[in-house]
Design a protein around this ligand. Structure first.
Ligand SMILES: [Ca+2]
Length: 266
Protein backbone atom coordinates (compact mmCIF):
# COMPACT_ATOMS: atom_id res chain seq x y z
CA UNK A 1 0.00 0.00 0.00
CA UNK A 2 2.81 2.34 0.84
CA UNK A 3 4.33 1.73 -2.58
CA UNK A 4 0.99 2.29 -4.26
CA UNK A 5 0.43 5.59 -2.48
CA UNK A 6 3.93 6.74 -3.31
CA UNK A 7 3.26 5.93 -6.94
CA UNK A 8 0.06 7.96 -6.85
CA UNK A 9 1.89 10.93 -5.38
CA UNK A 10 4.58 10.75 -8.02
CA UNK A 11 1.98 10.34 -10.76
CA UNK A 12 0.06 13.35 -9.48
CA UNK A 13 3.23 15.37 -9.48
CA UNK A 14 4.50 14.40 -12.89
CA UNK A 15 1.60 13.61 -15.23
CA UNK A 16 -0.08 16.99 -15.57
CA UNK A 17 1.75 19.72 -17.43
CA UNK A 18 2.63 22.94 -15.66
CA UNK A 19 4.20 26.10 -17.13
CA UNK A 20 7.91 26.28 -16.30
CA UNK A 21 7.95 24.76 -12.82
CA UNK A 22 10.81 25.86 -10.60
CA UNK A 23 13.65 23.33 -10.84
CA UNK A 24 13.71 22.59 -7.15
CA UNK A 25 10.05 21.57 -7.22
CA UNK A 26 9.97 19.89 -10.62
CA UNK A 27 11.47 16.69 -9.28
CA UNK A 28 8.82 14.27 -8.06
CA UNK A 29 8.49 15.06 -4.38
CA UNK A 30 8.30 12.38 -1.75
CA UNK A 31 5.65 14.42 0.03
CA UNK A 32 1.89 14.23 -0.52
CA UNK A 33 0.63 16.22 -3.48
CA UNK A 34 -2.88 17.56 -3.04
CA UNK A 35 -5.13 18.41 -5.92
CA UNK A 36 -8.16 20.65 -5.52
CA UNK A 37 -11.79 21.22 -6.25
CA UNK A 38 -13.31 24.62 -6.91
CA UNK A 39 -15.98 25.49 -4.34
CA UNK A 40 -16.85 28.96 -5.64
CA UNK A 41 -15.73 31.41 -8.30
CA UNK A 42 -15.54 35.18 -7.81
CA UNK A 43 -14.64 38.11 -10.07
CA UNK A 44 -11.05 39.34 -10.10
CA UNK A 45 -9.71 42.49 -11.75
CA UNK A 46 -7.93 41.34 -14.90
CA UNK A 47 -5.75 44.46 -14.68
CA UNK A 48 -4.37 43.35 -11.30
CA UNK A 49 -0.80 42.06 -11.43
CA UNK A 50 -1.39 40.36 -8.10
CA UNK A 51 1.43 40.41 -5.57
CA UNK A 52 -0.45 40.19 -2.28
CA UNK A 53 -3.85 38.82 -1.19
CA UNK A 54 -5.40 38.66 2.27
CA UNK A 55 -8.96 38.21 3.59
CA UNK A 56 -9.67 40.20 6.74
CA UNK A 57 -12.98 40.89 8.51
CA UNK A 58 -15.06 39.78 5.56
CA UNK A 59 -13.29 41.76 2.85
CA UNK A 60 -10.37 41.11 0.53
CA UNK A 61 -7.15 43.13 0.38
CA UNK A 62 -4.91 42.98 -2.65
CA UNK A 63 -1.67 44.58 -3.78
CA UNK A 64 -0.25 44.68 -7.28
CA UNK A 65 3.02 45.22 -9.09
CA UNK A 66 4.62 46.77 -12.17
CA UNK A 67 5.65 50.40 -12.28
CA UNK A 68 2.56 52.50 -12.96
CA UNK A 69 0.01 49.84 -12.01
CA UNK A 70 0.96 49.22 -8.39
CA UNK A 71 -1.77 49.79 -5.83
CA UNK A 72 -3.26 48.39 -2.66
CA UNK A 73 -6.98 47.87 -2.57
CA UNK A 74 -9.81 46.66 -0.36
CA UNK A 75 -12.69 45.07 -2.25
CA UNK A 76 -15.87 43.08 -1.83
CA UNK A 77 -15.30 39.42 -2.53
CA UNK A 78 -18.69 38.67 -4.06
CA UNK A 79 -18.87 41.60 -6.47
CA UNK A 80 -15.26 42.76 -6.78
CA UNK A 81 -16.44 46.30 -5.95
CA UNK A 82 -13.53 48.43 -4.75
CA UNK A 83 -14.10 49.98 -1.30
CA UNK A 84 -10.77 51.80 -0.92
CA UNK A 85 -7.58 52.07 -2.95
CA UNK A 86 -4.19 53.73 -2.75
CA UNK A 87 -2.13 54.10 -5.91
CA UNK A 88 1.59 53.65 -5.30
CA UNK A 89 3.89 56.18 -6.99
CA UNK A 90 4.83 55.18 -10.54
CA UNK A 91 8.52 54.85 -9.67
CA UNK A 92 7.82 51.81 -7.49
CA UNK A 93 7.11 48.17 -8.36
CA UNK A 94 4.72 47.12 -5.62
CA UNK A 95 4.82 43.73 -3.97
CA UNK A 96 3.02 42.02 -1.07
CA UNK A 97 0.56 43.60 1.35
CA UNK A 98 -0.27 42.72 4.95
CA UNK A 99 -3.13 43.93 7.12
CA UNK A 100 -2.10 44.10 10.78
CA UNK A 101 -4.35 45.12 13.70
CA UNK A 102 -3.01 48.67 13.79
CA UNK A 103 -1.80 49.27 10.25
CA UNK A 104 -1.28 47.95 6.76
CA UNK A 105 2.17 47.48 5.27
CA UNK A 106 3.33 46.74 1.73
CA UNK A 107 6.61 45.95 0.00
CA UNK A 108 8.38 47.04 -3.13
CA UNK A 109 10.36 44.68 -5.32
CA UNK A 110 13.83 46.21 -5.55
CA UNK A 111 13.52 49.63 -3.88
CA UNK A 112 14.33 48.21 -0.40
CA UNK A 113 11.44 50.26 0.87
CA UNK A 114 8.14 49.32 2.46
CA UNK A 115 5.11 51.52 2.99
CA UNK A 116 2.83 51.85 6.01
CA UNK A 117 -0.84 52.83 5.65
CA UNK A 118 -3.82 53.73 7.78
CA UNK A 119 -5.92 50.61 8.00
CA UNK A 120 -9.26 52.32 7.45
CA UNK A 121 -8.42 54.78 4.70
CA UNK A 122 -5.36 53.11 3.08
CA UNK A 123 -3.67 56.53 3.19
CA UNK A 124 0.14 56.35 3.63
CA UNK A 125 1.43 57.08 7.12
CA UNK A 126 5.09 56.08 6.89
CA UNK A 127 7.83 53.96 5.38
CA UNK A 128 10.30 51.32 6.50
CA UNK A 129 13.50 49.91 5.04
CA UNK A 130 14.89 46.45 4.40
CA UNK A 131 17.77 44.99 2.43
CA UNK A 132 17.39 42.96 -0.74
CA UNK A 133 14.15 42.25 -2.56
CA UNK A 134 10.63 42.28 -1.21
CA UNK A 135 8.11 39.72 -2.46
CA UNK A 136 5.26 38.83 -0.10
CA UNK A 137 3.97 38.96 3.47
CA UNK A 138 1.83 37.03 5.93
CA UNK A 139 1.48 36.73 9.71
CA UNK A 140 0.65 34.19 12.39
CA UNK A 141 -0.68 37.00 14.54
CA UNK A 142 2.60 37.40 16.39
CA UNK A 143 5.31 37.53 13.75
CA UNK A 144 5.47 38.81 10.19
CA UNK A 145 6.76 36.40 7.53
CA UNK A 146 8.32 37.95 4.41
CA UNK A 147 9.45 36.23 1.22
CA UNK A 148 12.14 37.71 -1.01
CA UNK A 149 12.45 35.27 -3.92
CA UNK A 150 14.95 33.01 -2.18
CA UNK A 151 14.32 29.87 -0.13
CA UNK A 152 14.51 31.90 3.08
CA UNK A 153 11.44 33.45 4.67
CA UNK A 154 12.38 36.39 6.84
CA UNK A 155 10.76 36.99 10.21
CA UNK A 156 9.95 40.61 11.08
CA UNK A 157 8.80 42.17 14.33
CA UNK A 158 5.31 43.67 13.71
CA UNK A 159 6.05 46.65 15.95
CA UNK A 160 9.44 47.66 14.55
CA UNK A 161 9.22 45.98 11.10
CA UNK A 162 12.84 44.95 11.61
CA UNK A 163 14.16 41.49 10.75
CA UNK A 164 14.55 39.21 13.76
CA UNK A 165 15.25 35.86 12.10
CA UNK A 166 14.36 33.59 9.23
CA UNK A 167 13.13 30.19 8.07
CA UNK A 168 15.14 28.17 5.55
CA UNK A 169 12.58 26.28 3.46
CA UNK A 170 13.47 22.78 2.28
CA UNK A 171 11.73 19.86 0.64
CA UNK A 172 13.42 16.49 1.01
CA UNK A 173 16.45 18.36 2.32
CA UNK A 174 16.77 20.59 -0.75
CA UNK A 175 16.11 24.32 -0.66
CA UNK A 176 12.87 25.48 -2.29
CA UNK A 177 13.43 28.93 -3.71
CA UNK A 178 11.25 31.40 -5.64
CA UNK A 179 8.83 31.48 -2.71
CA UNK A 180 6.28 34.11 -3.59
CA UNK A 181 2.84 35.02 -2.19
CA UNK A 182 2.29 33.70 1.34
CA UNK A 183 -0.57 32.82 3.65
CA UNK A 184 -0.55 31.52 7.19
CA UNK A 185 -3.17 28.74 7.35
CA UNK A 186 -3.79 26.67 10.47
CA UNK A 187 -0.23 26.59 11.72
CA UNK A 188 1.45 26.37 8.30
CA UNK A 189 2.90 28.89 5.90
CA UNK A 190 1.58 28.33 2.39
CA UNK A 191 3.76 29.76 -0.39
CA UNK A 192 3.20 30.06 -4.11
CA UNK A 193 6.29 28.86 -5.95
CA UNK A 194 6.89 31.52 -8.61
CA UNK A 195 6.25 30.45 -12.20
CA UNK A 196 4.56 27.24 -11.20
CA UNK A 197 1.05 26.03 -10.37
CA UNK A 198 2.26 24.82 -7.02
CA UNK A 199 1.85 25.93 -3.44
CA UNK A 200 4.17 24.45 -0.84
CA UNK A 201 2.96 23.99 2.73
CA UNK A 202 5.73 24.83 5.17
CA UNK A 203 6.17 23.95 8.84
CA UNK A 204 7.34 27.30 10.24
CA UNK A 205 9.17 25.57 13.11
CA UNK A 206 11.47 23.56 10.84
CA UNK A 207 11.16 25.08 7.36
CA UNK A 208 10.29 21.64 5.99
CA UNK A 209 7.69 21.38 3.22
CA UNK A 210 5.18 18.82 4.42
CA UNK A 211 3.06 18.71 1.27
CA UNK A 212 2.41 20.37 -2.05
CA UNK A 213 -0.85 21.73 -3.45
CA UNK A 214 -0.97 21.41 -7.22
CA UNK A 215 -3.40 23.85 -8.84
CA UNK A 216 -3.20 23.08 -12.51
CA UNK A 217 -6.04 24.02 -14.85
CA UNK A 218 -7.85 26.41 -12.56
CA UNK A 219 -8.39 28.70 -15.53
CA UNK A 220 -10.19 27.64 -18.67
CA UNK A 221 -8.24 28.05 -21.93
CA UNK A 222 -10.29 31.20 -22.63
CA UNK A 223 -9.60 32.68 -19.21
CA UNK A 224 -5.93 31.79 -19.58
CA UNK A 225 -5.66 34.30 -22.45
CA UNK A 226 -3.55 37.18 -21.16
CA UNK A 227 -3.29 35.68 -17.69
CA UNK A 228 0.04 35.35 -15.93
CA UNK A 229 1.14 33.02 -13.15
CA UNK A 230 -0.72 31.76 -10.11
CA UNK A 231 0.02 34.16 -7.25
CA UNK A 232 -2.26 35.01 -4.36
CA UNK A 233 -3.48 32.98 -1.42
CA UNK A 234 -5.95 34.26 1.16
CA UNK A 235 -7.58 32.49 4.10
CA UNK A 236 -10.88 33.21 5.82
CA UNK A 237 -10.19 31.81 9.27
CA UNK A 238 -13.78 32.38 10.45
CA UNK A 239 -15.25 30.43 7.56
CA UNK A 240 -12.27 28.10 6.95
CA UNK A 241 -12.19 29.12 3.31
CA UNK A 242 -9.10 29.18 1.07
CA UNK A 243 -8.94 31.61 -1.86
CA UNK A 244 -6.44 31.70 -4.71
CA UNK A 245 -5.92 33.84 -7.79
CA UNK A 246 -3.15 34.94 -10.12
CA UNK A 247 -1.61 37.84 -11.98
CA UNK A 248 -4.02 39.25 -14.56
CA UNK A 249 -6.47 36.45 -13.77
CA UNK A 250 -10.14 37.26 -14.46
CA UNK A 251 -11.28 35.03 -11.61
CA UNK A 252 -10.58 34.34 -7.97
CA UNK A 253 -11.38 30.87 -6.66
CA UNK A 254 -12.38 29.34 -3.37
CA UNK A 255 -10.85 25.87 -3.31
CA UNK A 256 -10.89 22.78 -1.17
CA UNK A 257 -8.11 20.24 -1.16
CA UNK A 258 -8.63 16.68 -2.25
CA UNK A 259 -7.08 13.89 -0.28
CA UNK A 260 -3.84 13.06 -2.08
CA UNK A 261 -4.56 9.34 -1.76
CA UNK A 262 -7.92 9.59 -3.52
CA UNK A 263 -8.19 8.24 -7.05
CA UNK A 264 -8.02 10.88 -9.75
CA UNK A 265 -11.53 11.72 -10.98
CA UNK A 266 -10.58 11.96 -14.61
CA1 LIG B 1 -1.67 36.03 1.18
Amino acid sequence: MRTLLTAIFIAAASCSPAPAPAPSVAAAPAVPVYSHQVVATYPHDKAAFTEGLQFVDGVMYESTGMEGTSWIRRFDLATGAVQAQHDIDDQYFGEGVLVLPDKIISLTWKNQKGFIYDRATLKPTGEFAYEGEGWALTTDGQKIFMSDGTSRIRILDPATLQETGGIDVKMNGRPVDQLNELEFIKGEIWANVFQSDRIVRIDPATGNVNSVVYLANLLSPQDRQGADVLNGIAYDSAGDRIFVTGKYWPKLFEIKLKDPAAPKPN
